[in-house]
Design a protein around this ligand. Structure first.
Ligand SMILES: *Cc1c(COP(=O)(O)O)cnc(C)c1O
Length: 391
């Protein structure tokens, strides 16, 4: 695969955190304080997220997957319930349903946006359907108005997986303020990081109280919720919860990172625009479609190869870019094609548009710590590679 002169000598990953001295100081400050976990930094972080997205409540969790688990609990999902989501997502968007004994039903994607297609959701609704988990894939909001209306008409709860979409907006409103519950992740490749971390935002007090309880063993000390009261030491475990608490160490990092969120999103948007501009005339690839209802926060920049214009498959293009030190990736393998899901009985061919998309996509490096030179390197490598293999 040594057909190209190297553009760069160092490997460029597809995503990476940005940590500065303020972040380090914020963490060290907590390490020297009285609270390592569930102290003042948790409340501060939750308030900062809630205020930023325009939600009444935010509940921090140890990671985004735990937060999704909490949301499924709060939504009341149990044995036999069905929940509809997209196959083009990380497994966690569906696994959280299985944790509760529910069944995931996959609805195919919209060919343009690659997000879940509301018409396909409607086709999959049965009397067992309890919730919809739309994913704002790559940072572009799903068709939320249509999805929320379908939910209203069928009395379903919407848990938005916005792991890709912190800082995105939809019809002028920030993602995180629209669905019954919205999840954000703070894994290092996401918009801001806590090392590991997640949050659910919601406007509903009943869901908020359930999330708090679930996060900490199912235990409450809230006097208004207690069934009995033995005295000031008394607490009750009222449901089977978990230890899904975030530490103050993580929350302090999160607070410090939130101060830079808008700057991070701005840089992602700028680099995405550079890609879009550069690939305008590259007919072998399809650049991301952006609908006018939403403003993406650009977690990922995904190009789609046009197989009829190329003499090789995605695998060869992928390997060639890797050999040129461009850390491309593929998001995602349709969840139901993963061996665990195949063992559960999900069949190939279930969502044909998602399966076709999976064959043809490549995620390009995109993160705020890249330089414009890095972006130019990616552009040059992608262009010369697809042109080399053009038919
Ligand atoms: C990252 C991610 C998650 C899970 O978040 P973690 O914090 O890693 O547990 C869920 N869904 C999607 C779409 C993600 O990208």
């Amino acid at each position: 695969m040594e057909m190209f002169k190297p553009i760069r000598s160092t490997y460029l990953p597809y995503g990476k955190q940005s940590i500065d001295e303020d972040d380090i100081e914020a963490v060290v400050h907590v390490l020297k304080s009285d609270y390592l976990t569930t102290g003042p930094k948790i409340n501060e972080f939750e308030k900062k997220i809630a205020d930023y997205v325009g939600a009444t409540y935010a509940v921090a969790f140890s990671n985004g997957t735990a937060a999704l688990h909490g949301a499924c609990f709060a939504a009341g999902i149990s044995e036999g319930d069905e929940v509809i989501t997209t196959p083009i997502t990380f497994a966690a968007s569906s696994n959280c349903v299985l944790y509760m004994g529910g069944k995931t039903i996959f609805a195919d994607i919209d060919e343009k946006t690659y997000n879940i297609d509301p018409h396909e959701i409607e086709k999959k609704i049965t009397n067992k359907t309890k919730a919809i988990i739309p994913v704002d894939y790559t940072g572009q909001p799903a068709a939320l108005d249509e999805i929320l209306e379908i939910a209203r008409n069928n009395e379903l709860i919407v848990i938005e997986d916005a792991a890709h979409a912190l800082g995105a907006s939809y019809k002028g409103k920030k993602v995180g303020s629209l669905s019954d519950m919205t999840m954000f992740s703070f894994h290092p490749v996401k918009h801001i990081t806590c090392g590991e971390g997640g949050v659910i935002t919601t406007d509903r007090k009943d869901l908020y109280e359930k999330l708090l309880m679930f996060r900490s063993h199912g235990i409450t000390r809230n006097k208004q919720q207690l069934i009995e009261d033995h005295g000031p030491w008394y607490y009750e475990m009222q449901c089977l919860g978990y230890n899904y608490r975030m530490t103050d160490i993580q929350a302090a990092l999160g607070v410090s990172q939130m101060n830079k969120l808008d700057q991070f999103v701005q840089l992602r948007r700028k680099y995405a625009e550079m890609y879009t501009e550069a690939f305008q005339e590259t007919k072998e690839i399809e650049i991301p479609y952006q609908h006018s209802d939403g403003q993406s926060s650009w977690h990922l920049y995904v190009i789609r190869l046009k197989p009829d214009l190329l003499s090789v498959s995605r695998k060869e293009i992928y390997e060639s870019l890797q050999s040129q030190n461009i850390g491309v990736n593929v998001h995602y393998i349709p969840v139901y094609l993963l061996p665990y899901y195949q063992q559960l009985g999900y069949q190939k061919g279930f969502c044909p548009r998602a399966e076709r998309l999976y064959q043809e996509i490549i995620s390009l490096p995109l993160f705020p710590a890249m330089t414009e030179k890095d972006v130019q390197d990616v552009i040059q490598a992608v262009k010369r590679t697809v042109q080399h293999y053009a038919t």
